[in-house]
Design a protein around this ligand. Structure first.
Ligand SMILES: Cc1cc2nc3c(=O)[nH]c(=O)nc-3n(C[C@H](O)[C@H](O)[C@H](O)COP(=O)(O)OP(=O)(O)OC[C@H]3O[C@@H](n4cnc5c(N)ncnc54)[C@H](O)[C@@H]3O)c2cc1C
Length: 415
């Protein structure tokens, strides 16, 4: 029987960061990474918008993202490969009610050294060509139906931006496989059917290869970096409901359109920040196109990833063209559906040892901010494994046991 000190389930950005940082911090044990897809970043990592921001209201998200942004900024120098780091900024826009709460968050940001500007409607309009903060250009009935109000202010995060999580994941694995003597084994096209337990302690995994053959592997620790598939795996492994994670799988789509006015678009479209407007519609520039997203309210718990162009037409473009009339002519060029691993209890990651199962490590439930947080979480988890405690960022608030303890982490700025 093959034996490893650590088996990692999944090969997305969170697994890559964990494995690379373990080796970087001197872990000399044997590592097996198992991915059911045929490549690194086979799952949601490859379908992310890749936004990163340090505008948060909870200390833990603030600390993780501040650390991670520094890592993304120096990724090319540190890792020898690009992660597509683009410090284009983040622009949140607000109606009057939300704007009244900004000073409270701004206090937290100022204390944490966050670089941000408060923008007037005129300054917002100068950043986004054709955006109209007022509502008097809208048909009254349409405006009421959509619930649109005037945008009275904006927060611009100067340290924020976007990157390519797939490139970062590949970079982490490339460095891990080439720079260290304890070279991890990466096994693609293989599913982890079950985690096995010796009493309560994780003791290995059962694998299923592409040819259907099964293999039992012994492991000192099992790290679940499975994204939305965590409970499938834990249930198959025989864990009771009380030992699962409060994680559901929700479809999220991204839409790629050309810029308004293409091919003679306003040059400013190429420099826009990642911008969040009415109804949670967000967009950024992406290689000469617009990348647009909007979460469907109450998306069901499902693994369905079917792409729905009609959703773009009816739910995204219709409201967006009320705020930015020139986007009415944007042509939908492509798009995709993928999955959020939504933590339905408090919309934050679940990080660290499973409270009831020694040797079982969790890094799941990222709820749409895993691409930007996992570069820092990988460092913290490597410290936990090697030294027994967190040093760089204390991830204790994200522990699995917080759900039993009633110690939820409530983040107010979630997209
Ligand atoms: C449309 C969209 C937009 C997003 N935008 C952002 C954003 O702007 N910023 C941000 O920070 N985050 C964003 N996210 C979230 C981000 O993509 C995820 O949080 C992040 O990619 C999680 O990475 P991961 O490595 O933990 O998991 P995943 O990328 O989900 O990878 C898990 C891997 O585990 C494998 N796996 C699962 N179970 C098994 C098994 N039993 N056996 C073998 N392999 C298994 C899967 O095949 C998969 O490859 C977005 C997500 C989506 C879908």
């Amino acid at each position: 029987m093959r034996k490893f000190d650590l088996v990692v389930v999944g090969a997305g950005i969170s697994a890559g960061s964990l494995v690379f940082n373990l080796l970087k911090q001197g872990f000399t044990g044997s590592i097996l990474v198992v991915e059911r897809g045929d490549k690194i970043a086979y799952g949601p990592t490859a379908f992310s918008a890749g936004g990163f921001r340090n505008l948060w209201t909870t200390e833990i998200n603030q600390q993780l993202c501040t650390k991670a942004i520094g890592l993304l900024k120096s990724f090319q120098d540190d890792m020898g490969v690009s992660c597509g780091y683009d410090p284009c900024g983040y622009l949140f826009t607000y109606y009057a009610k939300g704007w009244a709460k900004v000073p409270m968050a701004a206090d937290i940001w100022s204390k944490n050294g966050v670089n941000f500007d408060l923008l007037s409607p005129e300054q917002i309009e100068a950043k986004i060509p054709g955006l109209k903060c007022a509502v008097d250009h809208m048909d009254e009935e349409v405006r009421e139906f959509l619930g649109f109000e005037p945008i009275v202010g904006g927060v611009f995060g100067r340290d924020c931006g976007s990157f390519d999580p797939s490139q970062a994941a590949v970079g982490y694995f490339e460095r891990a496989m080439t720079d260290y003597a304890a070279k991890p084994v990466l096994q693609l096209n293989t599913e982890v059917l079950q985690v096995t337990f010796d009493g309560a302690k994780a003791s290995g995994v059962v694998l299923k290869g592409a040819d259907g053959s099964e293999e039992r592997v012994e492991a000192g620790m099992v790290a679940c970096c499975t994204g939305p598939w965590i409970n499938e795996l834990l249930k198959r492994s025989g864990l009771p409901d009380a030992d699962l994670c409060p994680v559901i799988s929700q479809k999220r789509m991204m839409f790629i359109t050309d810029f308004p006015g293409h091919p003679h678009e306003d040059e400013r479209w190429h420099q826009i920040p990642l911008t969040i407007i009415d109804q949670g519609i967000y967009f950024k520039h992406e290689a000469g196109n617009l990348m647009i997203g909007k979460a469907r309210k109450d998306a069901p718990d499902s693994f369905d990833t079917t792409f729905e162009p009609d959703y773009y037409r009816d739910e995204v473009n219709l409201p967006m063209q009320e705020r930015i009339p020139s986007t009415a002519v944007c042509k939908l060029k492509s798009g995709w559906g993928s999955l959020y691993d939504t933590n339905s209890a408090d919309h934050n990651a679940i990080v660290g040892w499973h409270g009831n199962h020694p040797g079982l490590l969790l890094q799941v439930g990222y709820s749409g901010h895993g691409a930007m947080e996992s570069p820092a979480v990988g460092i913290a988890l490597a410290e936990l494994i090697i030294t027994g405690k967190y040093q760089t960022v204390d991830c204790t608030p994200l522990r699995w046991t917080r759900f039993q303890e009633g110690a939820l982490v409530h983040e107010k700025i979630v997209i």
